[in-house]
Write a protein that binds this ligand. Structure first.
Ligand code: HEM
Length: 502
């Protein structure tokens, strides 16, 4: 979600004119002197750094995973580089990723520092940016009781079924804004499950605010968006200082984040009698009490769930519609499985998901093919470590090249093809659990996502006809997979025809 290589950017504005380069040089030299002697082991291999700036010029801002994949061929399964003295380790193999991030999770469960998004805009209160420690444990305890385990999801089945059917009926009557409709329906699901809130249509001010908050968050996470993430001393510039526009922006975005997360949280009833159907927040408060520190924990952990789930599930669902349009044979086979298993035209329930192995393989393949998070979310090393003879220093940022693994022919045969069958049969290819992260930071929304995706995809196949669109002259418009190439990858808009099933 956020990137390891925050590079010089357009946001520096006039600051460049007032000596930031020389401050950077002084900062770098001082921090080098203060650092303890390095390990006798070498860091993992990588491109040769330049003095001071390191490998800034080697790592592109757009799609860095493509460069990492090239480096993997030259330097091997674990590579590294440095940006202004910050070591970044890139893992290009699934086995090494599991070995380092799962088996040594006590060392690798921290997060890198994100000055703009975390400290200035206030996202450091959300789970994704909370450092490893007691606070993170508190957040994760709330998740394990509320959403991570399959059995804790039973109470949300009827909401999921309602949202999935409303979404498909909406598309049956108008599918002109497929990607927008997907996004809004996942936001509706999240609002209902986490806050028991039903949005009052598109004009709902709360929905508008949450959309703005999420948009700002993705901007903060873009690689290289803010120089202050690389040169943290810039956060001490006074707000009025030329080039310190990012600080004024941060004040505004911080206030909106606090207002929105507070408004969502405060409207959830505190007593069981008022809680109605209940939701994740009311259940967590019921279980843990309403002391101010507990409320604070529940407020931010639940807001993280809300925010982290929208773009991710939306991206996979968008990819699913694209795949169904591009690969009519897969679409036909998935529909046949549904009518053979459930009966023709019968709407699925969440429980039916486990009876649809082909559809589940299609969803896995959709996640692999679309590569929602091409670099996952970076971890950081809490202490010095040595792995396979390489030194990984304390504070190193550790990134898994998920894109590279998904496209590695040694892991997935014919990786550019869409082949759900790769996940079936006697010798399936590696499953997609790694796309949800590693160790003590693994995504708590994995079971929830997979359950809902299986339901909403099955519901859409039962209720809708999906096919290729044609232009005015009747020529078929061939869609193709073009990604946004951002921290969360989503397909760009594509032509397709969606009709109510006859
Ligand atoms: C297809 C959908 C999704 C994918 C591929 C995905 C993937 C990920 C990944 C790669 C991470 C980082 C794990 C790590 O650091 O090793 C993560 C973290 C997280 N995800 Fe998801 N996610 C998805 C959906 C969701 C949903 C629906 C929710 C909430 C309901 C959610 C909540 C979170 C949270 C709270 C974290 C932060 C965990 C932490 O920092 O300890 N995710 N997700």
């Amino acid at each position: 979600m956020f990137s390891s290589q925050s590079l010089p950017s357009a946001h520096i504005g006039q600051a460049a004119l007032i000596g930031i380069p020389s401050c950077a040089a002084i900062y770098f030299v001082i921090s080098r002197f203060l650092r303890p002697p390095s390990s006798t082991f070498p860091c993992p291999p990588g491109p040769k750094p330049l003095p001071l700036i390191g490998n800034v010029l080697d790592v592109p801002l757009s799609s860095p995973w493509l460069v990492y994949t090239q480096w993997a061929k030259r330097y091997g399964e674990i590579t590294s580089f440095a940006i202004f003295g910050q070591r970044v380790v890139v893992i290009n193999s699934l086995d090494v990723a599991r070995d380092v991030l799962n088996n040594r999770s006590g060392i690798y469960s921290d997060r890198p520092r994100l000055v703009m998004g975390g400290e200035l805009c206030g996202w450091d209160r959300t789970t994704v940016l909370v450092p490893y420690g007691p606070k993170l444990k508190g957040h994760r305890l709330i998740f394990s009781r509320g959403i991570s385990a399959k059995r804790s999801l039973d109470k949300y089945h009827s909401v999921m079924e309602h949202v999935a059917q409303t979404f498909a009926s909406g598309l049956a009557s108008d599918s002109n804004d497929l990607i927008g409709q997907i996004h809004r329906s996942i936001a509706d699901l999240q609002l209902a499950v986490i806050y028991d809130y039903t949005a009052q249509g598109r004009a709902d001010p709360l929905v508008d605010d949450t959309e703005r908050v999420l948009r700002y968050f993705t901007m903060i996470l873009e690689p290289g968006a803010y120089l202050v993430d690389t040169l943290s001393f810039l956060k001490y510039l006074p707000n009025w200082f030329p080039g310190a526009g990012f600080k004024r922006t941060a004040i505004e975005w911080r206030a909106l984040l606090a207002e929105t997360s507070g408004a969502l949280f405060n409207r959830v009833p505190r007593t069981k009698a008022d809680a109605g159907r209940g939701c994740l927040v009311s259940d967590s408060l019921e279980e843990n009490g309403t002391l101010p520190e507990v409320e604070e924990l529940v407020r931010w952990s639940s807001f993280t769930l809300f925010a982290a789930g929208i773009d991710t599930i939306s991206s996979v669902l968008t990819c699913f519609f694209l795949a169904m349009t591009m690969f009519p044979d897969v679409y036909k086979k998935a529909r046949e499985e549904l009518s053979l298993t459930l009966g023709d035209g019968v709407l699925p329930s969440v429980d039916d998901g486990s009876r649809l192995p082909y559809l589940n393989a299609v969803i896995q393949e959709t996640i692999r093919w679309g590569v929602v998070g091409p670099l996952g979310v970076p971890h950081a090393a809490l202490e010095d470590d040595v792995y396979k003879g390489y030194s990984i220093p304390k504070g190193a940022v550790v990134v898994v090249n998920v894109w590279g693994i998904c496209h590695d022919p040694e892991v997935y045969s014919n990786p550019d093809q869409f082949l759900p069958e790769r996940f079936m049969g006697e010798t399936p290819e590696p499953d997609l659990e790694f796309m949800f992260g590693f160790g003590r930071r693994k995504c708590p929304g994995m079971n929830y996502s997979l359950q809902y995706l299986s339901l909403v995809c099955a519901t859409s196949l039962v209720m809708l006809d999906i096919s290729k669109a044609t232009d005015d002259s009747g020529a078929v418009l061939e869609p193709k997979l073009e990604r946004t190439e951002r921290v969360i990858n989503t397909p760009k808009p594509f032509p397709c025809k969606i009709r109510k099933r006859r």
